[in-house]
Design a protein around this ligand. Structure first.
Ligand code: MEV
Length: 328
């Protein structure tokens, strides 16, 4: 018996950080995904392997124990990689398996971790969907999104539902914390190049840093957050109309505003400017900043921008994935 599901990563186009203050954000699902395969295991415990991260471990669901098997961990951040197993453990909690054996779970990951591209959300969503299918349990997308957000809360202590929502539904989403995600209907192509630094930003610390700045300079920072809201709302109109030039300009303005909040870095800035020099019509950091990734919007110039960014840091092209979570 075998069940397999995939779920995409995401990129925030507009509104990171301001979304924490009740403003809207726009994000897309990208065509890089996590694929989770569940088979009947050969031992009592659930064995997990994530070959792309060199993470191998076993989970004792009854006792809630994760035992990583130290094969050949990524030397940069081993504990971070092993931490991924926690998402899988929590995702499995939702399913009442009546098994006399463990499970054999393989995660194939196309999304770099720690780059702000929603890898943990994609793994969580795909695990929940694959496990539901394995245990013959029908789940709606709404249920999957809700469970996946709860898993991220359990593992991280706090999490916005943005990543898990985008990964579940796919496409373009306009998101606010009060209303959740609304899908934007558009035929717009979204050829992006992602450039990512090997140093992930710490989302919690960056949010706290912006909070501190906003408390120290409320009369300056609050209007910046308001302008970010206007930028995101104008971008929504431009996306619906398919006005590429305006989208690019608004991305550049959003980058300037994020810089003013203190979440930009020299490495991110370098990639932002080099991608514009290579023909991107808009480029900005994506996610929390402080490291992590940039996105460059480059219709007709993907190759030029990709080559330029690959000379500086890691880069790869992505486009929008209209599909969210899928059973395979
Ligand atoms: C992080 O990917 C985006 C932030 O806006 C935080 C959040 O929305 O949870 C910085």
């Amino acid at each position: 018996m075998k069940a397999r599901a995939s779920a995409p990563g995401k990129a925030i186009l507009f509104g990171e950080h301001s979304v924490v203050y009740g403003k809207p954000a726009i994000a897309i699902a990208v065509d890089k995904k996590a694929v989770v395969t569940i088979r009947e295991g050969t031992t009592d415990h659930t064995q997990v392997k994530i070959p792309e991260l060199n993470v191998y471990g076993s989970i004792d669901n009854d006792k809630g124990i994760i035992t990583p098997q130290d094969e050949d961990f990524n030397p940069v951040s081993p504990s971070f990689n092993v931490g991924i197993l926690e998402y899988i453990q929590h995702a499995l909690h939702y399913h009442k398996f009546k098994l006399d054996h463990g499970l054999d779970i393989t995660v194939n990951l196309e999304i770099p971790i720690g780059a702000g591209l929603g890898s943990s959300a994609a793994i969580t969503v795909a695990t929940i969907a694959a496990a539901a299918s394995y245990s013959n349990n029908q789940l709606s997308r709404e249920e999957i999104a809700k469970m996946a957000h709860q898993v991220e809360m359990n593992v991280q202590g706090r999490a916005s539902p943005l990543d898990t929502t985008i990964s579940t539904y796919g496409g373009f989403s306009y998101f606010t914390h009060s209303e959740g995600a609304v899908k934007l209907e558009t035929d717009l192509e979204m050829p992006l190049v992602v450039g990512y630094t090997s140093q992930p930003g710490n989302t919690g610390e960056l949010i706290a840093m912006v909070k501190k700045l906003s408390l120290k300079h409320p009369s300056v920072i609050n209007p910046i957050l308001d302008i970010m809201e206007t930028v995101t709302n104008n971008a929504r109109e431009s996306i619906i109309k398919g006005d590429q030039q305006k989208i690019g300009e608004l991305m550049n303005i959003n980058q300037g505003l994020l810089d003013s909040l203190g979440v930009n870095t020299l490495e991110l800035s370098k990639m932002v400017y080099e991608s514009r020099n290579a023909g991107a019509i808009g480029s900005k950091l994506t996610g929390a900043g402080g490291g992590g990734s940039i996105i460059a919007y480059c219709p007709g110039k993907t190759q030029e921008v990709l080559e330029k960014l690959q000379n500086i840091e890691n880069a790869f092209p992505v486009t929008i994935s209209s599909q969210g979570v899928m059973m395979l």
